[in-house]
Ligand binder design. Structure first.
Ligand code: URP
Ligand code: ZN
Ligand code: ZN
Length: 460
């Protein structure tokens, strides 16, 4: 199977030029002006932008959490991702405390194997670091191609590890060339605030926000970077929301430390005023919560300063009936919001079109940096000869409106209902196959592959 994409404007993290792309099998075979290869399929990309397929390194599909499961499974979630230009996701396996990493991996494989439309990988969340888990780290890296280890500094009793476990894990991961990622908020401080608000009868979604003030994230981010510096492991802070946390990382740069930062689309464009909508605010109950305008400003600046390398989603959707589990108590609202399908178009519309980031920066933070940090570059995240032919053909001028009526995510509301967006993903190519064309799905469930990752390229 071969495809020739003609006359597109190719945008990578470092280049911007018009050329044709010739795809043979699963990868890019040639790039040049006026290529005249015979191809099984020719796509005219005149007037369109061509990006490397988006990589969202922070999603939770079919995940058991807070007494329920996130509502997109591997099939609906990876298909919605493809509609929105994301050709690969990295999901999280959660170790059950008291059980092994392999036990959790097998459980997650059971839900994901054969069910994905798009490519995927896993981070391994270590929730119980002990002498047995320690032995599994090297196997995860060398046998399974799972090279990033997620930690939680919050969600005590289920996912949180203490600082002793964190340092032990960091040392072990460092030894084998992996990366430690973190949900950096101070779980004990948050739990105290939750209990206080509940005692005072303050039970609406607004108190979810007020239970996780900026200091809880800034403190944990600083503590994490200090522990990473002490052990020498490269670190990655997921879903950063605020100026205080970013300043903790800024301080770590004077030590020339490798600490990468991910923010998520919602933290760049939504703010905490949404929690004032009574229970409707539950749509945006996520951890950490949405913040203030000044934090959005700091995050946009962070992208341009190279302090924030990745924009993900933390896609963790729950249907409205699931959100209602917390109708009378904000602490029972399942945490998370849907965005896997919206990230690329929203960031283009709100970031590139509004002059906040350049086209090259857009590609860097939606694809290339994630591929580099998570050990997949240049197979993924690049438009180059030999790279996987994962491409987004994008109309920068098409206007459309986001809505639960038209989205493909398995959730009955949108966090962005009615948003007017300029720029649309038109054709998505995944490993040499047209996966989506003008909204039509062209591949079958099971086409998505598990991608084993390496350890060598934790550099951006
Ligand atoms: O609210 C969120 N973020 N839900 C998913 C779990 C996590 O903390 O990433
Ligand atoms: Zn988290
Ligand atoms: Zn998450």
């Amino acid at each position: 199977m071969s495809i020739l994409i003609k006359n597109g404007r190719i945008i990578t993290a470092s280049a911007d030029y018009e050329a044709d792309i010739y795809i043979q099998g699963e990868s890019i075979a040639a790039i040049g002006k006026n290529l005249n290869y015979e191809a099984d399929e020719v796509i005219d990309a005149s007037g369109k932008l061509v990006f490397p397929g988006g990589i969202d390194p922070h999603v939770h599909l079919d995940m058991p959490f807070m007494g329920t499961f996130s509502s997109d499974d591997y099939s609906t979630g990876t298909l919605a991702a493809l509609h929105g230009g994301t050709t690969m996701v990295i999901d999280f396996v959660l170790q059950t405390q008291g059980k092994s990493l392999y036990n959790a991996l097998e459980e997650w494989q059971g839900r994901s194997n054969g069910n994905c439309f798009g490519d995927y990988s896993f981070h391994m969340a270590v929730t119980d670091f002990n002498k047995d888990t320690k032995k599994e780290i090297v196997e995860m890296i060398e046998k399974e191609g799972i090279t990033s280890f997620k930690t939680f500094m919050a969600y005590k009793g289920a996912l949180m590890i203490d600082d002793g476990q964190m340092v032990g894990l960091m040392k072990e991961v460092k030894k084998h060339g992996g990366l430690v990622t973190v949900h950096a908020t101070n779980g004990d401080m948050i739990d105290k605030l939750i209990a206080k608000h509940k005692e005072e009868g303050k039970l609406s979604p607004l108190y979810h926000y007020l239970s996780q003030p900026e200091v809880t994230e800034a403190e944990a981010s600083g503590r994490f970077t200090d522990m990473a510096d002490y052990t020498g492991v490269p670190g990655y802070i997921v879903h950063m929301t605020c100026e205080g946390a970013l300043n903790a990382v800024r301080r770590s740069t004077v030590r020339n430390q490798k600490v990468f930062v991910e923010t998520c689309i919602q933290y760049l464009i939504l703010d905490a005023s949404l929690y004032e909508k009574d229970f409707e605010g539950a749509k945006w109950v996520m951890s950490p919560p949405l913040r203030e305008k000044k934090d959005q400003k700091a995050l946009w600046a962070g992208l341009n300063q190279g302090l924030v390398q990745v924009v993900g989603t933390d896609h963790c959707p729950f249907k409205w009936e699931q959100k209602l589990m917390g109708k009378d108590d904000f602490s029972k609202i399942p945490n998370g919001h849907p965005a896997i399908e919206n990230r690329m178009e929203l960031l283009f519309s709100e970031g590139v079109n509004k002059g906040k980031i350049s086209l090259n920066k857009y590609v860097e933070v939606t694809s290339t940096n994630a591929a580099k940090i998570f050990g997949m570059f240049p197979r993924k995240g690049s438009i180059g000869i030999g790279s996987d032919a994962d491409l987004v053909i994008f109309d920068p001028n098409e206007k459309h409106t986001l809505s639960a009526e038209t989205h493909h995510m398995n959730v009955d509301y949108s966090g962005y209902e009615g948003w007017e967006v300029t720029g649309k993903c038109k054709t998505i190519v995944l490993r040499g196959k047209v996966a989506i064309h003008n909204g039509e799905v062209k591949i079958n469930k099971g086409y998505g592959q598990f991608i084993k990752r390496g350890t060598t390229s934790h550099v951006v």
